[in-house]
Ligand binder design. Structure first.
Ligand SMILES: C[S@@+](CC[C@H](N)C(=O)[O-])C[C@H]1O[C@@H](n2cnc3c(N)ncnc32)[C@H](O)[C@@H]1O
Length: 374
């Protein structure tokens, strides 16, 4: 849950959960104009107070750069950290980040920044890690730092095999770089196409950038199709929404075909709905996910993928298929455990595709399995 911040004469604003420390409980951020001298502002930040900036977005970014460049002044008030010397570097980096995060801008609930002229940042709240209705309709107050980072992250474009237009993905979401995944997916979709009914309902579990949902929509564009895309991370849902908007605007996919859920754990967002096709490219690495960035890659003791297998038969229509990616990077025993659990859940392997790929100087196999429920 984020924090409600009261701004004199303007009412209540929602500060996203990840940035709660930017404003103290009961504190009313003081207003500063972006184009003015930064000295008074620096003094204000040094005293650990929050500042609400007004003006143009360009001036706000410039102001942030100026404040960043005066790091020593910004941190000058802080005494020696009471942490071990080896942790002092992290302490200073975090203190600096927190000081910069106190430079704030307000935005409408849908993410249009209160700048002159206004700047639109679609799905801002979800991109900052909160569920899309977490603000309960309130306008937002967010760090300029976070918005700038997001804009930078959404700059690079990632071409995806099988799609005519590249996708965007910030660092909290799996960037679709591993083309073998999408090549295997398209091969499987082309192989399954004749067996599919006239009207297809598909689900992309753990949609990330939306690459697989969009690939289904693009590869089966001649079919009557609805593809639900879901993920546990709001950032991933926002990324999928943005990529869907972009590909719809470019005419690559039809509006309404890809439908993004409100998100949640595994099948929770789709209730008891059943599908003709479910696909999941789950986290492959056997390690605990300690940060949001690791949720896309790490699955400690296969907890997520094994739960997913157990729940899947209840979400497949008769003759429905599961296309599941996996890798042997955690060893053959882990792959064998996947097969045992699939079989215990009543899933039968119909076919598999594989590729040998090189990841971080190590060779591994990735597999795409086609299962059906008995
Ligand atoms: C390896 S990424 C795949 C992203 C995308 N489908 C692709 O292939 O490019 C795994 C995705 O699963 C999501 N995920 C992890 N645990 C989940 C859970 N319990 N429920 C739903 N999604 C989950 C992650 O947030 C991440 O987006």
């Amino acid at each position: 849950m984020g924090k409600i911040v009261e701004i004199a004469g303007r009412g209540q604003f929602y500060l996203p959960t990840a940035w709660q420390d930017a404003v103290d409980e009961g504190e009313a951020p003081k207003m500063f104009v972006a184009g003015g001298s930064p000295n008074a502002l620096l003094k204000h930040l040094r005293l650990e107070h929050a500042a609400l900036i007004t003006g143009s977005w360009q001036d706000m970014r410039r102001l942030l750069t100026t404040v960043e460049a005066r790091k020593k002044e910004l941190l000058g008030y802080v005494g020696q950290p009471r942490v071990a010397r080896e942790r002092a570097r992290d302490y200073w980096a975090e203190t600096y980040r927190q000081a910069l995060a106190r430079l704030l801008v307000t935005a409408t609930p849908s993410g249009t920044l209160d700048t002159a002229p206004p700047v639109e940042v679609p799905y801002l709240l979800e991109f900052l890690g909160d569920q899309r209705h977490a603000n309960q309709g309130l306008p937002l107050i967010v760090p300029i730092l976070a918005v700038r980072h997001l804009q930078e992250m959404l700059g690079p474009k990632y071409p995806v095999f099988g799609l005519d237009h590249p996708l965007v993905a910030p660092d909290a979401v799996l960037q679709p770089r591993q083309q073998d995944v999408y090549e295997l997916m398209q091969e499987a979709l082309l192989a399954l196409a004749p067996a599919m009914p006239a009207q297809i309902e598909a689900l992309d579990m753990g949609c990330g950038s939306g690459a697989l949902a969009l690939l289904i929509a693009a590869t089966w564009r001649e079919k009557e199709l609805a593809v639900w895309a879901t993920d546990i991370l709001p950032e991933a849902l926002a990324t999928t929404r943005l990529n869907v908007d972009r590909l719809v605007a470019r005419g690559e996919i039809t509006a309404g075909v890809v439908r993004v859920t409100d998100g949640g754990d595994l099948y929770a967002p789709v209730g008891d709905q059943r599908f003709d096709l479910v696909t999941f490219n789950p986290p492959w690495t056997n390690a605990p996910a300690r940060t949001r960035l690791e949720v896309a890659r790490y699955d400690w003791q296969q907890r997520t993928v094994l739960r997913f297998l157990a729940e899947t038969p209840a979400h497949l229509k008769p003759d429905g298929h599961l296309l599941l990616f996996y890798s042997d990077n955690a060893g053959e025993r882990v792959v064998a455990s996947l097969h045992t659990h699939a079989s215990d859940a009543g899933l039968h392997l119909q076919h598999s595709w594989s590729r040998r790929i090189r990841v971080a100087r190590k060779w591994e196999y990735i597999y795409l399995y086609d299962f059906i429920a008995s």
